[in-house]
Design a binder for this molecule. Structure first.
Ligand code: ADE
Length: 248
Protein backbone atom coordinates (compact mmCIF):
# COMPACT_ATOMS: atom_id res chain seq x y z
CA UNK A 1 0.00 0.00 0.00
CA UNK A 2 1.18 3.47 -0.83
CA UNK A 3 0.71 6.62 1.26
CA UNK A 4 1.58 10.06 -0.08
CA UNK A 5 1.52 12.86 2.48
CA UNK A 6 1.25 16.40 1.15
CA UNK A 7 2.78 18.68 3.76
CA UNK A 8 4.90 21.75 4.51
CA UNK A 9 6.84 19.67 7.05
CA UNK A 10 7.92 16.45 5.30
CA UNK A 11 10.73 15.74 7.78
CA UNK A 12 8.28 15.58 10.68
CA UNK A 13 6.26 12.90 8.90
CA UNK A 14 9.30 10.95 7.64
CA UNK A 15 10.95 10.92 11.04
CA UNK A 16 7.92 9.58 12.86
CA UNK A 17 7.13 6.88 10.31
CA UNK A 18 10.66 5.64 9.71
CA UNK A 19 10.90 3.98 13.14
CA UNK A 20 9.74 0.66 14.56
CA UNK A 21 7.05 -1.54 12.97
CA UNK A 22 6.05 0.93 10.26
CA UNK A 23 9.68 1.60 9.34
CA UNK A 24 10.36 -2.14 9.06
CA UNK A 25 7.25 -2.67 6.90
CA UNK A 26 8.56 0.02 4.58
CA UNK A 27 11.98 -1.62 4.43
CA UNK A 28 10.27 -4.93 3.57
CA UNK A 29 8.40 -3.20 0.74
CA UNK A 30 4.93 -3.84 2.21
CA UNK A 31 4.34 -0.12 2.61
CA UNK A 32 5.59 2.89 0.75
CA UNK A 33 5.31 6.25 2.50
CA UNK A 34 6.18 9.39 0.63
CA UNK A 35 6.20 12.85 2.20
CA UNK A 36 5.85 15.49 -0.53
CA UNK A 37 6.88 19.06 0.25
CA UNK A 38 4.14 21.41 -1.00
CA UNK A 39 6.73 24.21 -1.00
CA UNK A 40 8.48 22.50 -3.93
CA UNK A 41 5.41 23.47 -5.97
CA UNK A 42 5.26 27.12 -4.87
CA UNK A 43 6.20 28.42 -8.31
CA UNK A 44 8.34 31.17 -6.76
CA UNK A 45 11.95 31.27 -5.57
CA UNK A 46 10.96 32.02 -1.96
CA UNK A 47 8.88 28.88 -1.56
CA UNK A 48 5.92 31.02 -0.52
CA UNK A 49 2.69 29.04 -0.53
CA UNK A 50 0.35 31.13 1.64
CA UNK A 51 -1.35 34.50 1.64
CA UNK A 52 -3.68 36.66 3.72
CA UNK A 53 -7.39 35.88 3.94
CA UNK A 54 -10.01 37.54 1.78
CA UNK A 55 -12.72 39.06 3.93
CA UNK A 56 -10.33 39.74 6.79
CA UNK A 57 -9.26 37.51 9.64
CA UNK A 58 -5.92 36.76 11.22
CA UNK A 59 -3.20 34.50 9.87
CA UNK A 60 -2.39 33.11 6.47
CA UNK A 61 -4.12 30.60 4.24
CA UNK A 62 -2.41 28.01 2.03
CA UNK A 63 -3.06 28.81 -1.64
CA UNK A 64 -4.74 26.56 -4.20
CA UNK A 65 -2.10 26.20 -6.88
CA UNK A 66 0.86 24.77 -4.89
CA UNK A 67 -1.47 22.24 -3.25
CA UNK A 68 -3.03 21.35 -6.60
CA UNK A 69 0.36 20.96 -8.30
CA UNK A 70 1.71 18.82 -5.46
CA UNK A 71 -1.36 16.56 -5.69
CA UNK A 72 -1.16 16.38 -9.50
CA UNK A 73 2.50 15.30 -9.32
CA UNK A 74 1.40 12.06 -7.64
CA UNK A 75 -0.30 10.42 -10.61
CA UNK A 76 -0.66 10.51 -14.36
CA UNK A 77 -4.14 12.04 -14.77
CA UNK A 78 -4.41 10.89 -18.41
CA UNK A 79 -3.84 7.21 -17.61
CA UNK A 80 -4.47 6.62 -13.92
CA UNK A 81 -7.52 7.12 -11.73
CA UNK A 82 -7.36 9.96 -9.21
CA UNK A 83 -6.04 8.57 -5.90
CA UNK A 84 -8.31 8.78 -2.84
CA UNK A 85 -7.48 12.02 -1.03
CA UNK A 86 -8.03 12.65 2.69
CA UNK A 87 -7.75 16.10 4.23
CA UNK A 88 -6.71 16.07 7.91
CA UNK A 89 -9.00 18.53 9.64
CA UNK A 90 -10.72 18.97 13.02
CA UNK A 91 -13.91 19.44 10.95
CA UNK A 92 -13.71 15.89 9.58
CA UNK A 93 -15.43 12.75 10.81
CA UNK A 94 -13.49 11.22 13.69
CA UNK A 95 -11.20 8.28 12.89
CA UNK A 96 -12.39 4.91 14.18
CA UNK A 97 -11.01 1.40 13.87
CA UNK A 98 -13.81 0.65 11.40
CA UNK A 99 -12.86 3.65 9.25
CA UNK A 100 -9.20 2.62 9.30
CA UNK A 101 -10.18 -0.87 8.13
CA UNK A 102 -12.17 0.65 5.26
CA UNK A 103 -9.25 2.89 4.24
CA UNK A 104 -6.80 -0.04 4.36
CA UNK A 105 -8.48 -1.39 1.19
CA UNK A 106 -7.08 1.42 -1.01
CA UNK A 107 -3.87 0.85 -2.97
CA UNK A 108 -2.88 4.51 -2.82
CA UNK A 109 -4.00 7.09 -0.24
CA UNK A 110 -3.07 10.76 -0.40
CA UNK A 111 -3.16 12.59 2.93
CA UNK A 112 -3.23 16.37 2.77
CA UNK A 113 -2.04 18.30 5.82
CA UNK A 114 -3.03 21.91 6.44
CA UNK A 115 -1.12 24.51 8.39
CA UNK A 116 -1.59 28.15 9.37
CA UNK A 117 -5.28 29.04 9.16
CA UNK A 118 -5.97 26.22 6.68
CA UNK A 119 -6.24 25.79 2.91
CA UNK A 120 -8.27 27.71 0.30
CA UNK A 121 -11.62 25.90 0.01
CA UNK A 122 -11.55 25.80 -3.81
CA UNK A 123 -8.66 23.33 -4.04
CA UNK A 124 -10.15 21.24 -1.26
CA UNK A 125 -13.39 21.01 -3.25
CA UNK A 126 -11.43 19.91 -6.30
CA UNK A 127 -9.14 17.20 -4.90
CA UNK A 128 -10.37 16.02 -1.49
CA UNK A 129 -12.67 12.99 -1.12
CA UNK A 130 -13.13 13.15 2.64
CA UNK A 131 -12.09 15.12 5.72
CA UNK A 132 -10.77 13.14 8.67
CA UNK A 133 -10.14 14.23 12.27
CA UNK A 134 -8.31 12.31 14.99
CA UNK A 135 -10.39 13.81 17.80
CA UNK A 136 -12.35 16.79 19.02
CA UNK A 137 -9.41 19.11 19.63
CA UNK A 138 -7.30 21.34 17.40
CA UNK A 139 -3.65 20.63 16.51
CA UNK A 140 -1.18 23.11 15.01
CA UNK A 141 -1.19 21.17 11.75
CA UNK A 142 -2.34 17.93 10.17
CA UNK A 143 1.06 16.15 10.26
CA UNK A 144 0.71 14.44 13.64
CA UNK A 145 -2.84 13.45 12.71
CA UNK A 146 -1.63 12.03 9.35
CA UNK A 147 0.96 9.92 11.20
CA UNK A 148 -1.78 8.59 13.50
CA UNK A 149 -3.93 7.66 10.51
CA UNK A 150 -1.05 5.96 8.66
CA UNK A 151 0.01 4.04 11.77
CA UNK A 152 -3.54 2.85 12.45
CA UNK A 153 -4.18 1.75 8.85
CA UNK A 154 -0.75 0.18 8.31
CA UNK A 155 -1.00 -2.31 11.14
CA UNK A 156 -4.09 -3.79 9.44
CA UNK A 157 -2.18 -4.52 6.25
CA UNK A 158 -1.10 -8.10 5.77
CA UNK A 159 2.53 -8.63 6.72
CA UNK A 160 2.95 -5.49 8.84
CA UNK A 161 2.19 -7.25 12.14
CA UNK A 162 3.44 -10.82 12.75
CA UNK A 163 -0.12 -12.23 12.44
CA UNK A 164 -3.57 -10.76 11.84
CA UNK A 165 -4.84 -12.08 15.20
CA UNK A 166 -2.52 -9.53 16.74
CA UNK A 167 -4.96 -6.81 15.83
CA UNK A 168 -8.21 -8.68 15.28
CA UNK A 169 -8.54 -9.55 18.96
CA UNK A 170 -7.58 -6.22 20.35
CA UNK A 171 -9.49 -3.20 21.65
CA UNK A 172 -12.05 -1.70 19.28
CA UNK A 173 -11.74 -4.36 16.60
CA UNK A 174 -14.81 -6.28 17.78
CA UNK A 175 -16.63 -3.23 19.06
CA UNK A 176 -15.43 -3.64 22.64
CA UNK A 177 -12.19 -3.26 24.57
CA UNK A 178 -9.56 -5.93 25.01
CA UNK A 179 -9.46 -7.95 28.25
CA UNK A 180 -6.50 -7.58 30.65
CA UNK A 181 -3.40 -9.60 29.67
CA UNK A 182 -0.74 -11.35 31.75
CA UNK A 183 2.76 -12.79 31.39
CA UNK A 184 5.26 -14.51 33.71
CA UNK A 185 5.69 -14.74 36.66
CA UNK A 186 2.44 -16.42 37.77
CA UNK A 187 2.50 -14.47 41.04
CA UNK A 188 3.79 -10.90 41.37
CA UNK A 189 3.38 -8.71 44.49
CA UNK A 190 0.88 -11.34 45.79
CA UNK A 191 -1.21 -10.87 42.64
CA UNK A 192 -2.02 -14.12 40.85
CA UNK A 193 -2.64 -14.55 37.13
CA UNK A 194 -6.31 -15.71 36.84
CA UNK A 195 -6.42 -19.54 37.09
CA UNK A 196 -8.21 -19.91 33.77
CA UNK A 197 -5.21 -18.40 31.96
CA UNK A 198 -3.02 -21.25 33.20
CA UNK A 199 -5.64 -23.94 32.51
CA UNK A 200 -4.76 -24.60 28.87
CA UNK A 201 -8.51 -24.75 28.11
CA UNK A 202 -8.76 -22.54 25.01
CA UNK A 203 -12.55 -22.35 24.92
CA UNK A 204 -12.66 -21.21 28.55
CA UNK A 205 -9.84 -18.71 27.99
CA UNK A 206 -11.64 -17.28 24.98
CA UNK A 207 -14.86 -16.85 26.97
CA UNK A 208 -12.95 -15.30 29.91
CA UNK A 209 -11.41 -12.77 27.53
CA UNK A 210 -14.77 -11.97 25.97
CA UNK A 211 -16.54 -11.41 29.27
CA UNK A 212 -13.68 -9.41 30.82
CA UNK A 213 -13.31 -7.33 27.67
CA UNK A 214 -17.01 -6.54 27.81
CA UNK A 215 -16.79 -5.85 31.55
CA UNK A 216 -13.96 -3.32 31.02
CA UNK A 217 -15.96 -1.72 28.21
CA UNK A 218 -18.99 -1.38 30.50
CA UNK A 219 -16.88 0.31 33.17
CA UNK A 220 -14.69 2.50 30.94
CA UNK A 221 -16.65 3.12 27.73
CA UNK A 222 -20.36 2.45 28.35
CA UNK A 223 -21.10 4.39 25.13
CA UNK A 224 -19.54 1.52 23.14
CA UNK A 225 -21.60 -1.12 24.93
CA UNK A 226 -24.89 0.41 23.90
CA UNK A 227 -24.15 -0.63 20.30
CA UNK A 228 -23.82 -4.33 21.26
CA UNK A 229 -26.83 -6.49 21.89
CA UNK A 230 -25.68 -8.41 24.96
CA UNK A 231 -27.56 -11.47 26.18
CA UNK A 232 -29.03 -11.64 29.71
CA UNK A 233 -26.47 -14.37 30.47
CA UNK A 234 -23.56 -12.12 29.48
CA UNK A 235 -24.96 -9.38 31.73
CA UNK A 236 -25.29 -11.89 34.57
CA UNK A 237 -21.62 -12.82 34.24
CA UNK A 238 -20.55 -9.19 34.09
CA UNK A 239 -22.54 -8.42 37.23
CA UNK A 240 -20.78 -11.32 38.97
CA UNK A 241 -17.38 -9.85 38.04
CA UNK A 242 -18.58 -6.49 39.32
CA UNK A 243 -19.53 -8.05 42.63
CA UNK A 244 -16.10 -9.67 42.90
CA UNK A 245 -14.37 -6.40 42.06
CA UNK A 246 -16.38 -4.52 44.69
CA UNK A 247 -15.48 -7.10 47.31
CA UNK A 248 -11.71 -6.72 46.67
N1 ADE B 1 -5.60 19.37 12.19
C1 ADE B 1 -5.76 20.15 13.28
N2 ADE B 1 -6.44 19.52 14.22
C2 ADE B 1 -6.74 18.27 13.74
C3 ADE B 1 -7.44 17.15 14.25
N3 ADE B 1 -8.00 17.15 15.45
N4 ADE B 1 -7.53 16.07 13.47
C4 ADE B 1 -6.99 16.06 12.24
N5 ADE B 1 -6.32 17.09 11.71
C5 ADE B 1 -6.19 18.18 12.44
Amino acid sequence: MKFSVLTLFPEQVKHFLSESIIGRAEEKGILSIDAVDIRDFSGNKYGKVDDTLFGGGTGMLMQCEPVYQAFSSLYDAGNEPKPHCIFMSPKGSVLTQEKAKELSKYDHLVILCGHYEGIDQRVLDEIVDEDLSIGDYVLTGGEVAACVVIDCISRMIEGVLPNSEAYEEESHMQGYLEAPQYTKPNVWHDKRVPDVMLSGNHAKIKEWKRIHGLYDTWKRRPDMLSKLNLSPDTWKQMLLIDQEENEK
